[in-house]
Design a binder for this molecule. Structure first.
Ligand code: DGY
Length: 332
């Protein structure tokens, strides 16, 4: 008999077809974010779930779904999942790292450039019919090439951003990370490890790529923004909550910094109302990894994990990116 799974958000049809070859599949074609009660109800009798970063998963939910054996997310970030609670209940959890690294770094660069060169601000001006003549400083912004790039969080995506800056745009790179990188990795991008304060003070363009956790909550607030140059920009492609959105809106409005690019927000899909009214911020709806090939790769990796996690045959392949493989002890 096939195992039963729940696909909690709409995913690309090719992946659903593949999953149907392995499992009895219930899908969420309406693509609504289910409440905890509805999710728990739909998970009854399911062996596995394919989720995204929009479903909170915790011990209370897991206790209501005792049959569940595997939860696989198509997202890299997993601050929505209590992994120790999964492990304690023998539920395998896998996220989907790596496949979105380059696409997300591309987008981080696009946002940073759009903010620095005032792309959306000037487009809105043009669309409003306010462009009546060329002037020498019309929407004059900051350069990217040769400017100092500051990367907060030098994981895979942070390194991909640094590589683009160093190799493509001749940018000196400063970075701050929980731990310093090996000298050979630093040498790849000519990256210099600095304190957080030095990063904010020294960079012309700061890109934030740290995962969200209790420790990184409001890592960037009024004090950090105050340290930055008035000509500087800040770009967040990590998670809402790492930046204090209200403080950022104030810093943008009063000229503490020049501009910002934000793909993630504290209370998605709501956006802090003050950010909607300041002109010098580029806002996008959490789409940094949203190229079609990458979204397919993310879904396929989640499917790879789910298929392997629920395959109990001796010698079956292991889920490639599980975070708690130990729950499959019987197979290791
Ligand atoms: C991720 O993979 O974490 C992206 O933010 C999409 O959820």
């Amino acid at each position: 008999m096939k195992s039963a799974i729940l696909v909690c958000r709409r995913i690309l049809p090719a992946t659903v077809e593949r999953l149907r070859r392995h499992f009895e599949v219930e899908t969420n074609d309406a693509d609504d974010v289910w409440s905890r009660d509805e999710l728990a109800e739909r998970l009854q009798g399911k062996d596995g779930a394919l989720i995204t970063s929009t479903q909170p998963i915790d011990g209370v939910l897991l206790d209501r779904c005792p049959q569940l054996r595997a939860i696989c997310s198509l997202s890299t970030g997993y601050n929505n999942v209590d992994v120790p609670a999964c492990t304690a209940r023998g539920v395998l959890f896998a996220n989907a790292p790596d496949v979105l690294t380059e696409t997300t770094a591309d987008f981080g660069f696009a946002l940073m450039m759009a903010a620095a060169r005032r792309v959306t601000e000037s487009e809105h001006f043009l669309r409003r019919g306010e462009w009546t003549k060329w002037t020498v400083d019309l929407f004059a912004g900051a350069d990217i090439h040769g400017a100092t790039l500051g990367v907060l969080g030098m994981g895979r995506i942070g390194r991909a951003v640094a590589r683009r800056g160093a190799r493509g745009f001749d940018m000196p790179v400063l970075y701050h990370n929980r731990s310093r990188l090996e000298p050979s990795v630093e040498a790849e991008f000519g990256a210099r490890y600095v304190s957080r304060d030095e990063l904010f003070a020294g960079a012309d363009h700061v890109v934030i790529v740290v995962p969200y956790s209790a420790e990184s909550h409001h890592l960037v607030g009024a004090a950090e923004l105050k340290r930055m140059k008035p000509t500087a920009t800040i770009t967040n492609i990590a998670r809402g909550g790492v930046v204090d959105d209200a403080a950022l809106a104030r810093a943008l409005r009063d000229g503490t910094i020049a501009a910002a690019g934000l793909d993630v927000f504290e209370d998605e899909p709501s956006v802090h109302p003050d950010l909607l009214t300041v002109p010098n911020v580029v806002l996008t709806p959490h789409i940094a990894s949203a190229s079609l090939p990458t979204r397919l790769a993310m879904s396929e990796l989640a499917a790879d994990n789910l298929i392997a996690a629920l395959d109990d045959r001796p010698g079956a392949p292991l889920p490639p990116t599980a975070l708690n493989l130990e729950v499959l002890g019987r197979r290791l």
